[in-house]
Design a protein. Structure first.
Length: 74
């Protein structure tokens, strides 16, 4: 049975944080509001903690990231 959650691999955390700045989001809250999700979900994403698959892919899409390329492989 596969998990419905994904996490950013540790080696890509800096790239992800840079993408937030490069996309002109001044805060996690601003990104969360744009996507209509909780700030805690964005925080989990940016800190390499598990995030629901749909939220993970939506955050990546908003930031112009390839979700398959930054996902931690179990």
């Amino acid at each position: 049975m596969s998990s419905r959650s994904l996490r950013v691999a540790s080696e890509y955390l800096e790239k992800v944080k840079s993408a937030v700045k490069n996309n002109k989001f001044p805060s996690q809250k601003a990104l969360a509001l744009e996507l209509g999700i909780a700030r805690s979900t964005v925080s989990n994403f940016l800190n390499g903690k598990p995030v629901d698959f749909l939220n993970f892919t939506e955050i990546c899409k908003q930031l112009g990231l390839d979700w398959q390329g930054i996902t931690q492989i179990p």
